[in-house]
Design a protein around this ligand. Structure first.
Ligand SMILES: [Zn+2]
Length: 331
């Protein structure tokens, strides 16, 4: 309610300013007609954005599978867009005595204050990491990049495998064969051919449904990718940064470089996040080499690198069942 009032106040202020400026310049009837048309267009688009935001909230609450739910993250809070190194890297939670609250920041927006020197957080949010840690349920996976470092694992498994925590023996064996064919006794070593074995969201579902991949589509948008990962793994649940996952689930996140490629993260035992960029090693830092604690405000802009990737859309947080709970499917 509070927010609605504030927004409409802001809107009418903006509009009346815009309007009076325009009015003083042009007084003709024709123009005022044009103006009111423009205004109603502006109003309509504002209302549309506002309603979409509301529906996204509802979507998160009810875990609906079909509504796009990527617009409740804000570009100006995201280090992918706003590389403000002096801005606090925490979400803006309230501190009242010994209590903390997100009541005034239900969109999980980033704090606007400047950092306390030598830290990543402002004076108020020095305890950011322990505040964030309230989202742990004890089923997070230990950060262990070594587990993914064997050339047949590293070179064949990608971010989707890592998100699902699925190291596939069948892929390793295929890579072994490819390697031995090319390099014989020099194996195991990283070979480019093994890279084609990387799991792709949606392929498991297609193979079950059609028995082949003839109908595969390269459709890299949050909505279509979310559909694909849930078709592969119907047990994946939508979540949020601070919500606790159910027992025997850990937290993950999906991002997209629209129409280009996808990426995934998962949460570690210590509340930091890690990821496996393509066939590279598993890491726990972002494009700024900063340890990741809040993926939706981390830096995901690699556009200065040869593959020019910028994960501009933060899709959502998810809860993924642990392997000893429900099997997940990456291939
Ligand atoms: Zn702060």
């Amino acid at each position: 309610m509070k927010k609605t009032k504030k927004q409409s106040k802001h809107q009418s202020k903006k509009q009346s300013k815009h309007q009076s400026k325009k009015q003083s310049k042009h007084q003709s009837k024709k123009q005022s007609k044009h103006q009111s048309k423009k205004q109603s267009k502006h109003q309509k688009s504002f209302l549309k954005t506002f309603l979409l935001k509301k529906s996204n909230k509802i979507n998160t609450l009810f875990n609906s599978k079909d509504i796009i739910n990527m617009l409740h993250y804000f570009q100006e809070d995201d280090n992918t867009f706003t590389k403000d190194t002096n801005r606090c890297m925490c979400i803006d939670y309230d501190v009242i005595g010994n209590d903390t609250s997100m009541e005034n920041n239900q969109d999980y927006r980033r704090c606007k204050s400047k950092v306390k020197s030598g830290t990543d957080y402002c004076e108020k949010h020095q305890d950011c990491i322990s505040f964030i840690s309230q989202n742990k349920n004890g089923f997070e996976i230990e950060y262990n990049p070594g587990e993914w470092s064997h050339p047949y694992v590293k070179g064949t498994h990608n971010c989707y495998s890592y998100f699902l925590n699925d190291i596939q023996k069948s892929i390793k064996n295929k890579c072994d064969k490819l390697c031995k064919k090319e390099f014989g006794d020099d194996c195991p070593k990283k070979t480019k051919k093994c890279g084609n074995l990387k799991p792709q969201p949606g392929h498991h579902h297609l193979l079950i449904k059609d028995g082949n991949l003839n109908n595969k589509k390269r459709d890299y948008k949050c909505s279509s990718l979310e559909k694909k990962i849930k078709q592969d793994n119907p047990s994946i649940i939508n979540s949020n940064l601070l919500d606790k996952c159910p027992k025997q689930h850990y937290k993950g996140a999906m991002v997209v470089d629209d129409d280009h490629t996808f990426h995934f993260y998962r949460m570690n035992k210590d509340s930091s996040w890690s990821h496996k960029p393509g066939t590279n090693k598993v890491i726990n830092y972002d494009a700024d080499k900063k340890q990741i604690y809040i993926p939706h405000i981390a830096n995901r802009d690699y556009s200065n690198k040869p593959n020019k990737i910028k994960y501009n859309s933060f899709c959502n947080y998810y809860c993924i069942p642990t392997n000893n709970n429900i099997q997940t499917n990456s291939i």
